[in-house]
Design a protein around this ligand. Structure first.
Ligand SMILES: C[S@@+](CC[C@H](N)C(=O)[O-])C[C@H]1O[C@@H](n2cnc3c(N)ncnc32)[C@H](O)[C@@H]1O
Length: 474
């Protein structure tokens, strides 16, 4: 039976989710084991002591009050007015331009001036549903890092939201005594969300003016720095290209789906781009409409291949640039990446959608008031990774299968054993939310990439979580 404390929320995929009311015990049992060659459940058991009762993670404890009414914003025309003026002056805009402005316009962009997550926001994500998710990823990172290095590393999170995932991972690092090896690097475009991350993660922070001196030496590429109460240094960047070149472990959870996409449509006259135009019959609503470009735009020529079998296509050029950067970065500096998102392997067509207050919403109505998102094309990452034989890829694999192989069921049993009676339903609901196939277990997928030089190494010590899943209890 579902607990009365649970309420249905929407993920950005569109499946109903249960609001998180879960947590876990944080003690390790002190057992010391060699990392190499051990199965990952050694880490899970090592991390999760069995004595400490789980604490509840409530939505309230993660809500921050943000000033959303600055003078600057109130004097600005609405995003709809700004985009309308632009379209009137220059003609219809691409969906990529529209998405970029709606999500990251400096003053009116969806992500730029409010906390968009959780009960009072528009959607909820796995790390916000239950801390078990971040803890499993923390265990996976240690397991994979310890197979290839014992040295210091940069943990780089792209689009960290409230900073919840990084916080849960750092707690695992502390428990497993590798906290002194890590520095945290957050790539975040939103000043409001980066302030929330700082509040969530740091005991002290400092704004930094990213500048370069005349000779281009001593350049500062971060815009904020801070420190956690365990002494972990944290740096914030606007772009992944600003992250210092060093051995790094990258995480991108629900990041790539927020990057702008172009939309293309096959017509009787060939491929055309889908554009956003003023709607002449909007009935006083702040609403745009789709139109098809009269000619093939430059993007059609750049991104649609001649033998494309689909009739409709979405392409994210920014994802291509970041994937390319990641490829060179890992090849040259070492490390690995885990991408977790809803997505497909190059077969889906029209996935562009919006979410507002946990409901599906028309992406062209009231721009800036709803989240815009499109499924991630994992085949693109695999293609780019294999260029020049730089990286090898694992996955995409369903989130359910990945988490089960990491030992989430052991973790669940430990939690349930120690949890007070009245919290068991909540813990179990959160677990089902992130693992069940009809919730987030199947539509969310994991893709990991490592330098190709490790190929032989992985034949002996395969990457955890991506094994053949035949026989895994569904
Ligand atoms: C859907 S949220 C995911 C947040 C978090 N990873 C989670 O799963 O809870 C997307 C995040 O990416 C950030 N973001 C969106 N576009 C970005 C860009 N172009 N560069 C850097 N961060 C971006 C947003 O501000 C937000 O923090």
């Amino acid at each position: 039976m579902q607990s009365p404390l649970l309420c249905v929320r929407f993920s950005r995929y569109g499946e109903p989710r249960v609001r998180r009311k879960s947590a876990g015990s944080l003690e390790r049992n002190g057992e010391k084991r060699s990392f190499l060659g051990k199965t990952i459940d050694v880490f899970v058991r090592q991390y999760y002591g069995e004595d400490v009762p789980p604490k509840l993670r409530t939505m309230q404890s993660r809500h921050y009050s943000i000033d959303n009414t600055s003078e600057l914003r109130s004097k600005q025309p609405s995003l709809f007015q700004q985009l309308s003026a632009r379209i009137m002056a220059c003609g219809p805009i691409t969906v990529a331009d529209y998405m970029k402005e709606v999500l990251t316009h400096p003053t009116a962009g969806y992500y730029m001036n409010k906390d968009v997550f959780g009960e009072k926001g528009d959607f909820i994500t796995s790390p916000e549903i239950t801390q078990i998710f971040g803890e499993m990823l923390g265990v996976w990172i240690i397991n994979e890092w310890s197979k290839i290095s014992r040295g210091p590393f940069q943990l780089v999170e792209l689009g960290p939201g409230r900073g919840t995932l990084s916080k849960d991972i750092l707690r695992v690092f502390k428990q497993l005594k590798i906290i002194d090896k890590v520095s945290l690097h957050l790539v975040e475009v939103s000043p409001t969300l980066s302030a929330i991350q700082a509040k969530n993660l740091c005991t002290s922070t400092e704004e930094v003016n990213p500048l370069t001196n005349k000779n281009g030496e001593n350049s500062i590429s971060h815009y904020r720095k801070g420190i956690t109460n365990d002494g972990v240094k944290i740096f914030w960047y606007y772009s992944i290209t600003d992250v210092p070149r060093d051995f790094s472990i990258f995480l991108a959870h629900e990041f790539f789906d927020a990057l702008p996409i172009h939309k293309f449509q096959r017509t009787s006259e060939g491929w055309r781009e889908v554009l956003v135009d003023i709607d002449p019959v909007a009935n006083n609503q702040e609403k745009f409409r789709y139109v098809i470009s009269r000619m093939a735009t430059p993007s059609v020529k750049a991104y649609v291949s001649e033998n494309e079998p689909r009739d409709h296509l979405e392409v994210s050029p920014q994802s291509i640039v970041i994937a390319d950067h990641l490829s060179s970065f890992l090849y040259e500096n070492g490390g690995f990446v885990l991408i977790a998102d809803y997505g497909h392997d190059g077969e889906k067509t029209d996935t562009f959608r919006a979410f507002r207050q946990h409901q599906l919403h028309d992406p062209l109505i009231n721009p800036g008031t709803a989240d815009l998102t499109a499924d991630v094309d994992f085949s693109l990452f695999k293609r780019i990774a294999s260029n020049d034989n730089k990286l090898i890829t694992f996955g995409p694999i369903n989130q359910r299968d990945f988490l089960k192989q990491l030992g989430i069921d052991i973790r669940l049993q430990m939690l349930l054993r120690n949890a007070p009676e009245d919290q068991r339903d909540q813990i179990q609901s959160a677990y089902h939310m992130i693992t069940d196939e009809d919730q987030m277990g199947k539509c969310f997928k994991m893709l990991s990439m490592f330098p190709a030089i490790l190929k032989k190494h992985f034949e002996k010590w395969p990457v955890s979580g991506f094994q053949k899943i035949d026989g895994l209890k569904k």
